[in-house]
Design a protein around this ligand. Structure first.
Ligand SMILES: Cc1ncc(C[n+]2csc(CCOP(=O)(O)OP(=O)(O)O)c2C)c(N)n1
Ligand SMILES: [Mg+2]
Length: 352
């Protein structure tokens, strides 16, 4: 399926031409690497499908936003990052956390609100956090992660580190001042920042063209003076290659890079959303480019993958998730007397 090109406004000849490039693909990943990409996407898919069951059984509560359909973005971008790089995400972050290597056990326990969760059970679905992996949330405020990411990138540079900060955010962030403030300062200060816009075409029930006058997001980002590419977000190898090139550019000191990843969520905005604002045919059209099937079929055609290989991967993941659920069921909730811990930097000591 071809992805519709965004419409452009007429250009003002007095304005400098925005720097905008289209990322080209180079599919040179080895079979082993492709298998890793597939496994990582399957882990996210199966993990979230289990979450749907657990939510229906009232084991998981609160807000839950599923990433199903968008797995190629988290997995492809993560493939271009090193362990030292920082990641800032949104409330739709289960996929980013799992791709980053936070274990299924730690994420599932957090979904359950247990002390063994990656945020000690205090965050839940929207606030997964693991400073040891430089994974700084899980942020519930639209565009709220962007200034944090700029701060992290600035701090790393001031400390003489060569790491990149990667910030994921949705198309809805373009309607927020925080995106524009961050893009401006990041470009002005040439911060080592990778801006990853997951353009799934909707902000809750509002289609992009209903809230943005100019829907060419890469062009708008480029207008701040940064390199910006628009990329097929359903093909994990294309995503990884684009992210790699962007990260190389950032490490070389050329300042922030922006990637618009054209993607789609197959499920509703959240577990509460009746999903009445889009045609079923649109969903089916995007499902035909399911990122997992896309890679799996390519590998099959290349003779790199047999059905029994896929079955073995899926069996491994099922066992891993079964374990995560069992462990979360058994794990304790935080006792009420600990309620004031971690409220201020000294409150853990103050309350004993
Ligand atoms: C500042 C702010 N305004 C409104 C909301 C309510 N809200 C939650 S999710 C969302 C839509 C965001 O859409 P997008 O950025 O495209 O991300 P997606 O959900 O598509 O991944 C809105 C408006 C919020 N969380 N924060
Ligand atoms: Mg969106």
């Amino acid at each position: 399926m071809s992805v519709a090109r965004p419409t452009r406004t007429r250009k003002d000849p007095a304005q400098p031409k925005p720097r905008r490039k289209t990322a080209k693909t180079k599919r040179s990943a080895s079979t082993g690497h492709r298998t890793d990409l597939l496994e990582s996407m399957l882990r996210i898919r199966h993990f979230e499908e289990r979450c749907v069951e657990l939510y229906s059984a009232a084991k998981i509560r609160g807000f839950v936003h599923l990433y199903i359909g968008e797995e190629a973005v988290a997995v492809g971008v993560n493939g271009a990052l090193t362990a030292g790089d920082a990641v800032v995400s949104t409330y739709r972050e289960h996929g980013h956390a799992l791709a980053r290597g936070i274990t299924s056990d730690a994420v599932m326990a957090e979904m359950y609100g247990r002390t063994t969760g990656c945020s000690g059970g205090r965050g839940g679905s929207m606030h997964l956090f693991d400073a040891s992996r430089r994974f700084y949330g899980g942020n519930a405020i639209v565009a709220g992660g962007l200034p944090l990411a700029a701060g992290l990138a600035l701090a790393d540079r001031m400390r003489g580190r060569t790491d990149v900060t990667c910030c994921f955010f949705g198309d809805g962030a373009f309607a927020e001042g925080e995106f524009h403030e961050t893009a401006n300062l990041a470009a002005l200060w040439k911060l080592p920042l990778l801006l990853v816009c997951e353009n799934n075409r909707y902000a809750m029930g509002t289609a992009l063209e209903r809230h943005e006058a100019q829907t060419d997001l890469a062009m708008r980002a480029a207008s701040y003076g940064m390199v910006a590419w628009s990329v097929d977000g359903m093909d994990v190898e294309v995503v990884e290659e684009a992210a790699r090139r962007a990260v190389e550019g950032i490490r070389a000191g050329t300042g922030p890079h922006f990637l618009e990843l054209r993607t789609y969520r197959f499920r509703a905005h959240s577990m509460y959303d009746p999903d009445r604002y889009r045609d079923k045919s649109e969903i089916e059209q995007w499902r035909s480019r399911d990122p997992i099937r896309l890679l799996r079929d390519r590998m099959r055609e290349n003779g790199e993958l047999r059905d029994k290989d896929v079955e073995a991967i899926e069996q491994r993941i099922t066992t891993e998730i079964d374990h995560a659920v069992e462990a979360a069921e058994r794990a304790p909730e935080e006792p009420v007397e600990n309620l004031l811990h971690h409220v201020t930097s000294s409150s853990a000591e103050a309350v004993s």
